[in-house]
Design a binder for this molecule. Sequence first.
Ligand code: PPS
Length: 309
Amino acid sequence: MLKAQLQELRMDPKVIEKIVQELGDFTPDMAEKEGVPIHKQICDIWDTIFNFQARDGDIVVASYPKSGTTWMQEILDLIIQEGDIKKSMRAPGFVKVPFLEMGHTSLEVANAMPSPRIIKTHLPVQLMPPSFWEKDVKMVYVARNPKDCMVSYYYFCKMDVTMTDPGTWDNFFSMFMGGNVPWGNWFDHVIGWWKAKDQHNILYVFYEDMIEDARREIQKVMRFLGKDLSEDIVQKILHHTSFKSMKKNPMFNYSALSDTVFDQSVSTFMRKGTVGDWKNHFLESQNIIFDKEYEKRMKGSDLVFRTEL
Ligand code: PPS
């Protein structure tokens, strides 16, 4: 079904196979870049990643993992494609939006891609390739409240075979609190990008705001990109990027990846898509520990997260 769709859209299935292969070749081995834990394979090709050449007109979607990146990348793509659903279905999300730090193939695909490109990254702001700043590239940063982010990350680590097994929820809670997870400490990530938005071309968007009023947030992104689309198109984008639509869309739900990479029988990529699921996981004692740390780390910052709507 997927191959037929790709052929119809004249996409080369070999490119997809290569990217799937690259994702599958990842191992849970970790290393560090400037004190931030990242997959060893990313560190091994760090110079190539760091020297990536941005182009005028590129758009970056940046986030801490499990914050709504996939949702935002589809919104961005549909805005650029002016609501053309067929074009948005030209390839799975992980092909048409190259993941900057994922590997050589991803970089090759990005380099070969015509502009305007959308590029995904989970890098903390201080590790972004300088070329993006030099070109004053527009970046949309998506942030999600840390409690739901932690829960989503826990299930992701269970189903993504290339991640370290998180063990029990209690164990993962400690890993996350200590920043001992790929792409590092949540607080450092969201605060770093929050500060950067005052100096660079960054739109900072909250997952909770998207859940509350996706239309309003899509309009915000459109204004940021300088796109003025009709209400009909906005409604189309809204419909195709709803949780329900994306969950069943093979281009968006990662079903193109084999279960040796994402074992979706353990947990689906499009899992719940809600605000407040943390209440089903956090013990009272964990909540107290978390709130104390949150207060300490966010003190003096005007960055505010909502953990319920
Ligand atoms: S990743 O792997 O880091 O790129 O993951 P990411 O895309 O950032 O985050 C995955 C979570 O986002 C939810 N999601 C959505 N929520 C609401 N609406 C839409 N359309 C949507 N698309 C993705 C996805 O379900 C993951 O959250 P959880 O809480 O696990 O469901």
